[in-house]
Design a protein around this ligand. Structure first.
Ligand code: CAA
Length: 389
């Protein structure tokens, strides 16, 4: 056992953390700037991550995964994101938004058919809830699935799909009964090689540029009934349950980015001199470092707490919404705070593409937006606490 006492880590946890750290620093860190610049999807390293077991960490081995727990997942994700948040985004969506949803709500046949390939990294999984006019208000959507005998005919346009241009399989949320509002949403497993599916506009992004994000378009796509995930009308609850898991992943991503920015700042403060002293000896810099470190460690506690809550939920079925939202809210705002300070501590060099600090700053911003903005996390937390709406 190791760890900080509150969250004892097993030998298995240390092993996956070490394996992820070595892989991230040896294979990802050296290429991160180049892929950020080109915006190219890093397929080779993602495939290698699949071989290492990082693409389906919590998926039982019988379905092609690594068969580990949520703490193992966040430890590995944090290390990958310390090297590059784009790789981390792809890993996070694959693990928590695709594999977790399928594991929790899929039939045995669906798990055999889709999970094995995605959890082992042989295929890439994605999740599609958002539409051009339906973001935070996720219960409203215009895309439709109409049942015709044993198939559902799907039409519509979805947006902001992480891994959209490269995904093999996508968990799609669409409306089967608009009269029932959120209770009329149904989830489907989409095979992107089938007719009626196409990739729409690709998003040119500020950060996580090597992760591919796009619209996806359905034009008379026919999904057989066996591809429905859960029952008709259960889609919204599935989407929200899966997002609770996803938010822990984004929190771990934010932690990794913040740690990378903090470590760079710490080193720089001990080396760089101004007015005849190391800049770290100036209170203006030293107090920034103190605040950065403190918020990082507080984020870590919230994230590990959320991971343990999710682990308990696997046995009890209870929700871990509060823990997940608090972890995502605090860790993402910490990543923004820390990377902002890191740029400032580095001065002109923080603004230069010669160092990764400006990339950390750009990458951090998305963690306050996707899988529920900070405003949505505050709404979720306060509603759960007050019981009011
Ligand atoms: N788990 C299980 N069920 C949940 C739930 C959860 N976390 N949250 C809500 N529900 C259930 C409620 O219990 C309720 O059930 P009943 O109908 O049986 O009463 C139902 O869902 C509706 O709940 P609300 O009335 O609270 O719904 P709402 O319309 O007020 O919305 C919301 C709540 C929190 C604002 C929600 O819409 C939300 O989280 N919005 C943000 C969406 C989001 O994160 N989008 C990002 C998409 S993913 C992405 O970024 C792209 C990518 O590729 C990574």
């Amino acid at each position: 056992m190791s760890g900080n006492g509150l969250f004892p880590l097993t030998e298995e946890h240390e092993m996956i953390r070490q394996a992820a750290r070595e892989f991230a620093q040896n294979e990802i860190a050296p290429i991160a700037a180049e892929y950020d610049e080109s915006g190219e999807f890093p397929m080779d390293t993602i495939k290698k991550m699949g071989e290492m077991g990082f693409m389906g960490i919590e998926v039982p081995e019988e379905y092609g995964g690594a068969g580990m727990d949520t703490l193992a997942y966040v430890l590995a994700l944090e290390e990958i994101c310390k090297a590059d948040a784009s790789h981390g985004t792809i890993m996070s969506v694959n693990n928590s938004l695709f594999c977790y949803g399928l594991l929790r709500f899929g039939t045995e046949e669906q798990k055999q058919k889709y999970l094995r390939a995605v959890a082992s990294g042989k295929a890439i999984g994605a999740y599609s809830l958002t539409e051009p006019m339906s973001g935070s208000d996720a219960g409203t959507m215009r895309s439709r699935a109409v049942r015709e005998g044993d198939v559902y005919r799907i039409n519509g346009r979805k947006s902001w799909v992480t891994s959209g241009p490269v995904a093999d399989y996508i968990v799609l949320f669409t409306m089967t009964d608009p009269e029932k509002k959120h209770k009329g949403i149904t989830a489907f497993l989409i095979d992107t090689r089938q007719p009626g599916f196409s990739v729409g506009k690709k998003e040119p992004k500020l950060g996580i540029r090597a992760s591919a994000t796009s619209e996806i378009v359905f034009e008379d796509y026919c999904a057989p009934v066996e591809c429905r995930l859960g029952e008709e009308g259960e889609g919204f609850k599935i989407a929200m349950t899966v997002l609770d898991a996803g938010r822990i992943g984004i929190a771990a991503q934010a932690l990794g980015i913040a740690e990378a920015a903090y470590e760079a700042s710490l080193e720089y403060s001990k080396e760089r001199e101004a007015f005849g002293q190391k800049i770290g000896s100036f209170e203006g810099i030293a107090f920034k470092l103190a605040d950065m470190k403190t918020r990082i460690e507080a984020s870590r506690l919230l994230i590990y707490q959320a991971a343990m809550a999710k682990e308990r939920a696997k046995k009890t079925g209870e929700r871990f919404t509060l823990e997940a939202s608090m972890a995502k809210l605090f860790a993402s705002e910490t990543a923004m705070f820390v990377t902002h300070q890191a740029v400032q501590i580095h001065g002109g060099m923080g603004y230069s593409k010669e160092l990764p600090v400006e990339r950390y700053f750009r990458d951090a911003k998305i963690t306050e937006i996707y899988e529920g903005t900070s405003e949505i996390q505050r709404l979720v937390i306060s509603r759960l606490e007050t019981g009011l709406r």
